[in-house]
Design a protein. Structure first.
Length: 271
């Protein structure tokens, strides 16, 4: 239940920063750089206080996977709607993680399969809307984002369970490496006048992003990676509620049914 509580809080943080990202007037890799710049001082403090450790290279792999995910997510939101990309990307991740982890962890328990199937079915039900334009494109983009999420989830799970990385230095090295990589490739110093005015957009995203995933990493130390992947789909439920409250979207019977299925699938695996 502790892992489920952590994943619930993480879901609130994750859905919120995704909504902020979708509504940002300054999308693109530059926003990813700006968010990394905001959290760089905190990362430096954590690094100097805890040490880099012997598994620093694992954080570099995580950084590459998370950077690819962040940029892909922004491109997806630029071409598809939040109500399509978000549920598809989050809903397909547990299924992909469960399948991809079989060679290392073996076949999961039947209850895990049942929970993942219930989650995936609920997401697909929630996403049904014959009047929504660009649905096919949104689903395709959501699947790509889901694959990126699956990749970093598997790697971070391996780093924690097998390599035994320390969480705070691991996150710090990953963030600083991302900041350095994007600084070198994007050269934001040449357009600081255009980047810095958007710092107010970056701050909440920069705070909520590491907070949400830090809680997920802690949950990985308490339960299996498959259970964490399914539990993270609570993001879909929170995202739907934010859509109702913030975006004034309508709660249809289909959406409500899918929402119940997602939450039920998560509880089935996590309890």
């Amino acid at each position: 239940m502790t892992a489920l509580a952590l994943l619930t809080i993480a879901a609130c943080c994750h859905a919120t920063w995704n909504l902020l990202l979708k509504n940002s007037s300054f999308p693109g890799p530059d926003l990813v750089w700006l968010c990394a710049a905001v959290t760089a001082p905190v990362s430096l403090v954590l690094l100097f206080s805890g040490g880099i450790g012997t598994t620093w290279w694992a954080a570099l792999v995580s950084m590459a996977l998370h950077t690819g995910y962040a940029i892909t997510l922004q491109k997806a939101y630029g071409a598809g709607g939040f109500g399509v990309v978000y549920p598809v990307s989050r809903g397909t991740t547990p299924v992909l993680v469960t399948l991809a982890a079989i060679p290392w962890t073996g076949l999961p328990a039947p209850i895990t399969w049942a929970g993942a199937a219930l989650v995936a079915g609920g997401v697909l039900v929630m996403d049904r809307s014959p009047t929504r334009r660009g649905l096919g494109r949104g689903v395709g983009l959501g699947l790509v984002v889901g694959a990126c999420s699956c990749a970093y989830t598997l790697w971070d799970g391996y780093a924690i369970s097998t390599l035994g990385v320390d969480l705070l230095p691991y996150l710090a090295v990953s963030n600083l490496a991302q900041f350095g990589l994007l600084t070198a490739t994007l050269r934001p110093d040449r357009r600081l006048a255009a980047v810095l005015p958007h710092w107010r957009n970056a701050v909440p995203i920069a705070v909520l992003t590491p907070a949400s995933y830090g809680l997920v990493l802690v949950a990985m130390t308490l339960t299996s990676i498959e259970a964490v992947a399914v539990g993270r789909t609570l993001n879909v439920a929170v995202g739907t509620l934010l859509g109702l409250v913030v975006l004034r979207e309508r709660l249809t019977p289909i959406t409500a049914t899918g929402l119940v299925a997602v939450v039920g699938g998560v509880l089935l695996v996590s309890t």
